[in-house]
Ligand binder design. Structure first.
Ligand code: ADP
Ligand code: MG
Length: 592
């Protein structure tokens, strides 16, 4: 019998490798930026057309390549960065696998123009689907330009899996932003369809780079931290627990300036914040670990997106401790109080619930909010921003199996009520959120959103990533009652807002909505995205912990709650009511 096992030809191997290394246009961008950084470039120009499908062009002022090297660079496993396997133990460059250029070239058309310092001329190479179509001499400035066109032209399956141009471009923007953050001294420029998107001059620090990238809204809420032991150094920026996000967009980990995913680092971050974080809320964090390359294995993922530490738990604990220390400096003592065996006082506890009701409240924010003339506490109003129907009192008497009679309010936060079977405690914030949420759903369902024009349009400046999402969602937002105009340069004007939001911090709300939309993406049913938006909207004006309610207001709130379709949870899924039957109460007192 003849043998059936064959060694695959190189072009097939390259295509297989491309499957791992080149998942989408953003992966090409990432690999090419890494190569430019490794070549010592101080300036990078990245031009994208049609979200990378038509063109990805990266021009650097790095070392350039000789004619011989330029030819070899596209071969599989061709690299100038390691010589033998011992070098794998101490990788200081971004690349080392020698796979990127060969993989990319096997699924696209590539043009490379490169010249070394002092060379009289450069080299031009053209490759199609991995086959060299021509090599010639050409005039070129020092550095390298790589043009990738027709990406995935010969892999229709991959092409089909590409998402909308807006989504693919936002991945590219994220890839560029991450690299830019890790290398603040390098100048980055990014254009899309010939329009400038980013122009980041060399920055002195990561913080300055974050400011350039994300705008003041984000940067203001960040503090710098740093610390280390045993030769490992951790530094970066973290967000105040009051300014958490609905997604992890603003969360990046870098090990020796390489953006990585590492569950242990993520865990360290969340355990540093401890229980000051609400469920489904995420802290802003840009965390850099600087470590001897011999102590970390970067060769565990084809796209080098993961790392493994020799001493995982040591790094974990260091990161957790350094961040915890920084949080302590911010005066928001996380879970450690319990670990230390110190019981929190009730007022601390309530303070904590309040500051994290929906994860968006910091005390500064609350103070600022209280200064606005619209803040509920600054004007006489019912608990509800909706007109109270005066016959609703009689509705209370209608038979309702859920019937709860409020008796009192505890610490201006929870309502104690008598029920038919015993008693109940109601979380007033969660209950009101549910009521508002369903009213909003009904209003939007009926296409009647009362909108209020702002006398003075409110200007909002965003980072490029958020700006891209916002630009895409302007029509959706206007259906929700937000009239926002694009003023160019990532600046927007809020011209009108849903009427019931006048008085709450709709700027913050808008940012939260963008996060939510980002999490769920456009592919999700619009209904779901709308509900996410509504739940954020409902949370903002809902009555808070620490708000005194009189009996009539409590009755009204409970009546409204039990008119809801789903009265038992708030839109975030937390319970609104906890019930105790008489049986349970009797048992607690050992009467049965
Ligand atoms: P790796 O980066 O893992 O070495 P690549 O396939 O990405 O593998 O690149 C192959 C080689 O091509 C690199 O080792 C480097 O010598 C050279 N090279 C690639 N891009 C550049 C660039 N922009 N400037 C100079 N040399 C480059
Ligand atoms: Mg490389």
């Amino acid at each position: 019998m003849s043998s059936i096992i064959k060694i695959l030809p190189d072009h097939v191997i390259n295509r297989i490798a491309a499957g791992e290394v080149v998942e989408r246009p953003a992966s090409v961008v990432k690999e090419l930026i890494e190569n430019s950084i490794d070549a010592g470039a101080t300036e990078l120009l990245i031009d994208i057309e049609e979200a990378g499908r038509r063109l990805i062009r990266i021009t650097d002022n790095g070392s350039g390549m000789s004619k011989e090297d330029a030819g070899t660079a596209f071969q599989r496993h061709a690299t100038s960065k390691i010589m033998d396997d011992t070098d794998l133990e101490s990788i200081r460059t971004m690349g080392f696998r020698g796979e990127a250029l060969s993989s990319i070239a096997s699924v696209s058309h590539v043009r490379l123009l490169s010249a070394m310092k002092g060379a009289t001329s450069g080299t031009l190479i053209e490759i199609e689907g991995g086959t060299v179509k021509g090599i010639s001499e050409a005039a070129a400035p020092q550095g390298t330009t790589l043009e990738i066109g027709h990406l995935f032209y010969n892999t229709p399956a991959r092409r089909k899996f590409l998402k909308s141009p807006a989504t693919e471009f936002s991945h590219i923007l994220t890839a560029v932003s991450r690299q830019a953050m890790a290398h603040p001294a390098i100048r980055f420029r990014l254009t899309h369809n010939k329009k400038g998107v980013l122009d980041l001059p060399p920055a002195l620090s990561v913080k300055e780079r974050v400011f350039q990238l994300s705008g003041g809204e984000i940067a203001e809420n960040l503090i710098e931290f740093a610390g280390g032991r045993d030769g490992v150094y951790v530094h970066g920026l973290i967000g105040h627990p009051g300014s958490t996000r609905a997604d992890k967009t603003y969360q990046d980990f870098f090990v020796n300036r390489r953006a990585v995913k590492n569950p242990s680092l993520t865990h360290a971050l969340y355990s540093a914040y401890g229980d000051v974080l609400m469920r489904d809320r995420h802290p802003l964090a840009f965390i850099f670990v600087e470590i001897d390359p011999a102590l970390v294995d970067v060769n565990v993922h084809p796209a080098k997106a993961e790392v493994r530490f020799r001493n995982q738990s040591q790094i974990h604990d260091l990161v957790r401790d350094v961040i915890r220390e920084a949080l302590r400096g911010m005066n928001v003592s996380p879970a450690t109080t319990r670990a230390d065996g110190v019981r929190e006082s009730l007022s601390d506890y309530l303070q904590k619930i309040e500051s994290s009701e929906c994860g968006v409240r910091s005390s500064e924010y609350r103070n600022a909010l209280q200064k606005t003339p619209f803040h509920p506490q600054n004007r006489e109003m019912d608990y509800s921003p909706f007109p109270v129907s005066h016959d609703s009192h009689s509705e209370l008497r209608t038979p309702n199996s859920e019937l709860l009679h409020p008796l009192a309010q505890v610490h201006d936060s929870f309502i104690i009520a008598q029920s038919q079977e015993g008693m109940a405690i109601i979380d007033q914030h969660a209950a009101h959120e549910r009521v508002l949420f369903e009213k909003l759903q009904d209003q939007f369902g009926a296409g009647q959103v009362p909108v209020q024009d702002l006398l003075v349009p409110d200007q909002i400046e965003l980072g490029p990533a958020q700006s891209t999402v916002l630009a895409e969602y302007l029509p959706e937002l206007s259906k929700l009652g937000f009239l926002v105009e694009d003023f160019g340069n990532d600046t927007y004007m809020i011209k009108a807002v849903p009427a019931l939001l006048v008085g709450s911090d709709y700027r913050r709300l808008l940012l939260d909505i963008l996060d939510e939309v980002n999490v769920h993406g456009k592919s999700e049913k619009m209904e779901k995205v709308r509900d996410e938006m509504l739940s954020v909207m409902a949370c903002h004006p809902a009555i808070k912990i620490h708000r005194h309610l009189d009996l009539r207001e409590m009755e009204q709130l409970l009546a409204d709650l039990f008119k809801c379709r789903m009265p038992h949870t708030c839109p975030h899924g937390r319970p609104t009511v906890v019930r105790f039957s008489m049986d349970e109460i009797m048992r607690m007192f050992k009467r049965t």
